[in-house]
Ligand binder design. Structure first.
Ligand SMILES: [Zn+2]
Length: 395
């Protein structure tokens, strides 16, 4: 088992400010991404363009007072599909193409409409042959980021449960992997090699994104998720959560020297709050605290995340990456409001356990960023100012 809380980085300031990952992509970058995917420009050409977008994302974060920065995930099509280019054996498949393989096509289309999912814009990585690691998933991202910032760094990676559930699809994957469980073994091995390599290159914080856990818990009976279309008939949530815990621990156990977090949110693809899932963390927490990771990175600014009292039983069990601004709105949360929110959480968590971040990224899916860079910057700046106020008070 992994010893949680082993020393990795000297966190000298209270209430470190960080991001969940993605930054809003400028139109010229999305266009370059499309041209790259169509084979019109080379990977090198695309990366030259993306370098500029990363530099801008990092500058925004640094100017706003972010202590642990990401590269904005701007080289990625979305937070999990990018693995297609980094692994062998996978095929990038539009959600609209998966429709041909879904048993209940009409039902799935209805789910997509109800969830406001642009099926033609969102793509999933599907395992079509035995998968293998090539040059690493995010080593290039980390190297470039570390060349251009002196701040601490965070690399978000799709979690082992999300990757397993999103990339196994009946009719496409079963020749290489008769069952999702067999695929999960290769995924865990690939992630383990990746996090050791990232740690050795000096990353401070690795965050596993596991947003589909919220679909497992809060999704309705129709329950198909566009990220995991293969969850066609909704599985028992308990079995799914147990699987998520088992895969996470198989991924991180025995690996020290880096901070691990797990991010869960209820969806960040649409600005229509009413189509996104809702429910408090009560049903998830018993499982999340059994993961051998250091920090829970949770959305808490949206009222859809429910009441804070559910943390009472789990006080201080993990660090909390507290979501204090909603990435999908235009209004900027005030620093005073953020301070107030943190104080409510201080009932359950010691000050040194709390990190501050937005609820989610600002551009989860390249073609549907949820905010402009300017608004994202102003929201981060409000968090930075709130952190300063809190540090003065709790120094
Ligand atoms: Zn999220």
């Amino acid at each position: 088992m992994r010893k949680v809380g082993t020393p990795y980085m000297a966190q000298t300031t209270l209430f470190p400010v960080t991001v969940v990952g993605s930054w809003s992509r400028p139109a010229w970058l999305v266009q370059a991404l499309r041209r790259r995917q169509a084979g019109e420009i080379s990977k090198e050409e695309f990366n030259r363009i993306a370098d500029e977008a990363v530099l801008a994302a990092v500058k925004y974060q640094e100017d706003a007072g972010v202590d642990i920065v990401s590269d904005g995930e701007v080289r990625r099509d979305n937070f999990y599909s990018f693995v297609v280019e980094k692994l062998s054996g996978m095929k990038l498949t539009k959600v609209s193409e998966l429709l041909d393989y879904v048993k209940d096509r009409a039902g799935f289309e209805e789910v997509l409409r109800a969830l406001d999912v642009p099926a033609f814009a969102i793509k999933s990585p599907i395992a079509v042959e035995k998968i293998g690691r090539r040059d690493g998933l995010a080593l290039d991202e980390l190297d470039f980021l570390k060349q251009h910032t002196t701040r601490q760094t965070k690399i978000p990676l799709p979690g082992p449960y999300l990757l397993t559930r999103s990339s196994w699809f009946e009719g496409l994957s079963d020749k290489a992997y008769p069952t999702p469980e067999e695929l999960s073994e290769d995924i865990v091995q690939i992630l383990r090699e990746e996090i050791v390599a990232l740690r050795d290159r000096g990353v401070d914080f690795i965050q596993f994104d596991e947003p589909s856990l919220s679909q497992v818990v809060y999704g309705d009976e129709a329950g198909e998720t566009f990220m995991c279309a293969a969850l066609s008939s909704r599985k028992d949530p308990t079995d799914e959560l147990e699987l998520a815990v088992r895969l996470m621990n198989a991924t991180v156990d025995g690996i020290d020297g880096v901070k691990f977090g797990v991010h869960v949110c209820r969806g960040n693809w649409s600005r229509k709050e009413e189509v996104l899932l809702k429910g408090n963390y009560g049903p998830l927490l018993p499982y999340l605290v059994r993961m051998h990771i250091d920090q829970l990175v949770l959305e808490m600014a949206t009222p859809r995340a429910g009441e804070l009292d559910v943390f009472k039983e789990y006080a201080n069990e993990k660090e909390l990456g507290l979501g204090v601004v909603n990435p999908r709105t235009d209004e900027i949360e005030s620093p005073a409001m953020i301070v107030q929110r943190v104080k409510e959480v201080l009932k359950f968590f010691a000050p040194e356990k709390i990190y501050l971040n937005p609820d989610c990224g600002f551009g989860t899916f390249a073609e549907r960023c949820v905010n402009t860079p300017e608004t994202a910057y102003r929201k981060l700046k409000a968090i930075g100012e709130a952190a300063e106020m809190l540090r003065r008070e709790f120094a």
